[in-house]
Design a protein around this ligand. Structure first.
Ligand SMILES: Cc1ncc(C[n+]2csc(CCOP(=O)(O)OP(=O)(O)O)c2C)c(N)n1
Length: 331
């Protein structure tokens, strides 16, 4: 495992970047809280899956990346969508199954993406996206672009064959993909003790001949500083890298799951290290953003969410007659 201490300090980064980081995490948190309400009101059909408690990882890495980079976010990574430019209204159109949404109401759930923003729609929450993004980065590089990819996965995904194939291939062919493991200690209800024998997942990196870093997944500020330097270095010196981010999801796997299998002391420990509170404190201490600054952001985001929900609810559901459209590309 390599040293994980970034050389840059908070003061060396533009204040605007830190405010964007806070906006991204707060926006994701408040959107997901609203999604939960809408789900319990029967307005979101199917399941409701959130990344509450894990916002730092997606926000920090998505904001640290460049314009030509590619991303394969999963269920817990709304911050990646928002950090790359997905608008709040689009999130609600999608989850509310509106015909105006990005999947035109075909999926009111987590399988959304946006090619314009370099975001692959998710196939499965497990390792299925890993090889896709490795191939995507190779394709972009053949077009002469200096793109890197960020592949987000949970600890559960690391127990699948897809993980091995994608990491090994990227390692051998030096494809610059950052494999971000969000180790939230459970794959659904299966604890990590029933998933793997190594102490840390990052212990696997040397086996693939790549570097690995262990990071605090709830510290968005340090993660941003670290990711910014790492991504710049991966662009200069293309290679696959793995990071393992220590975190905990603060809700169930989905809203149908009460997560009673998560020990109370673990929840308490991670609640005390909530990513939004942690970043707020660090930025306040560094004199970057005061409580009043954050209060303004909170207010703006809440009214943006109210307006987006109101608008999305007024928009039409898909017309059943269009069901067979959009399945095959036009010849
Ligand atoms: C191929 C496949 N198998 C099983 C599932 C069902 N499933 C969805 S998420 C999940 C657990 C994922 O755990 P982890 O990778 O740790 O991510 P987390 O939910 O903790 O973020 C399972 C078994 C699936 N979506 N796809």
């Amino acid at each position: 495992m390599q040293s994980t201490k970034p050389e840059t300090s908070i003061a060396q980064v533009d204040r605007a970047v830190w405010l964007d980081l806070m906006r991204c995490m707060i926006r994701a948190r408040r959107i997901e809280e609203r999604l939960i309400r809408l789900y319990h009101q029967g307005k979101i059909i199917g399941g409701c899956y959130t990344g509450i408690g894990e916002e730092a990882i997606g926000a920090a890495t998505a904001l640290a990346a460049g314009t030509e980079d590619l991303f394969s976010p999963l269920t817990r990574d709304l911050t990646v969508h928002l950090g790359r430019g997905t608008m709040t209204l689009e999130v609600f159109r999608h989850w509310l199954g509106r015909s105006t949404g990005v999947t035109r109401g075909r999926d009111g759930n987590v399988h959304h993406g946006d090619p314009k923003l370099g975001i692959y729609p998710m196939i499965s929450h497990l390792g299925a996206m890993m090889s896709v993004i490795v191939g995507g980065v190779m394709a972009r590089r053949r077009q002469g672009k200096d793109s890197i990819g960020i592949s987000y996965i949970g600890d559960g995904a690391t127990s699948t064959g897809d993980f091995h194939e994608a990491v090994n291939f990227a390692a051998v062919f030096e494809v610059p993909v950052l494999f971000v493991i969000e180790n939230n200690k459970f794959a659904y209800s299966t604890p990590v003790s029933e998933q793997y024998r190594c102490k840390n997942l990052i212990d696997r990196a040397p086996g693939y001949g790549i570097e690995g870093h262990s990071l605090d997944g709830n510290d968005a500020v340090s993660l941003y500083l670290f990711a910014k330097e790492l991504i710049a270095d991966m662009r200069r010196n293309p290679r696959a890298v793995m990071i393992e981010c220590d975190t905990l999801r603060m809700r169930g796997h989905g809203e149908h799951d009460d997560a009673s299998y998560v020990p109370a002391e673990l929840k308490t420990k991670y609640a005390a290290r909530d990513p939004i509170k942690t970043a707020r404190k660090m930025l306040a201490e560094a004199g970057v953003a005061s409580d009043a600054d954050i209060a303004v952001i909170e207010k703006e985001i809440l009214s943006e969410i109210d307006a987006a929900v109101q608008q999305a609810l007024c928009e039409p559901a898909p017309d059943a007659a269009t069901l067979m459209e959009g399945i095959y590309a036009a010849g």
